[in-house]
Design a protein around this ligand. Sequence first.
Ligand code: SF4
Length: 246
Amino acid sequence: MSQEFNKGAVRACQLRVAAVTPFTSIDYPGKLSAVVFVRGCPWRCVYCHNPWMQARAPQPGDESWERVERLLARRQGLLDAVVFSGGEPCVDPALSCAIDAVKSRGMLVGLHTGGAYPRHLREIIDRLDWVGLDVKAVPGDEAHFQRVLQVASGSEAFLESYEIIRSSGVAFEARSTVHPALFSIEQVLETAKWLAEHGTQTFALQIYRKAPGLETGLDPVTGDWPGEAVEKELQSLFKNFILRRN
Ligand code: SF4
């Protein structure tokens, strides 16, 4: 991955766009945004809702950056922001140019990332207005990362990315998708405490939900797991705590 980001300018039209959501009010806090789903991801999360976006190679039916540009031109003045999501948007060397293209329209730029590419993240962090950072497992616990990501490593990249985001001062939300088969209650609390101790102000606990027609091997989460007592403890740790059940 490393050398790709030092080759100089990459034209924004080379961004591999798997899909686009033209208008949403839930992907960038308090703003109306479009979401650009970038193709490619090095991880294979057990619960991934977008497995068809994991491959880097373009697929039939993919969108294009040109269509995104046309959409932004039409929605100028109506859209506040563009969120780059995925997949893992930092996999794409053209992300930087796409960010510049959005900025040149006076729109805010949001990023959804799991932190897999800290080196690329470092290059773009100063141009981001908001980050949604997926915390896939207990920070620093490589075995837990491997269990959730189903790849050989991920913990180290996450830790480096976390520090880049935290120290940059950019507004961010840390979020963990949890299921009792992947996270014990102790691991939920350990994750939250680590984040609180390391400067996270906004944390969202996302209870796994089964996507229709997608087999992940995980049963739907029933009842109020992880329970009211855990919820209260999490609330006490953060300035903003959000529980998402769907
Ligand atoms: S990081 Fe996101 S896109 Fe990649 S495998 Fe995990 S859930 Fe899927």
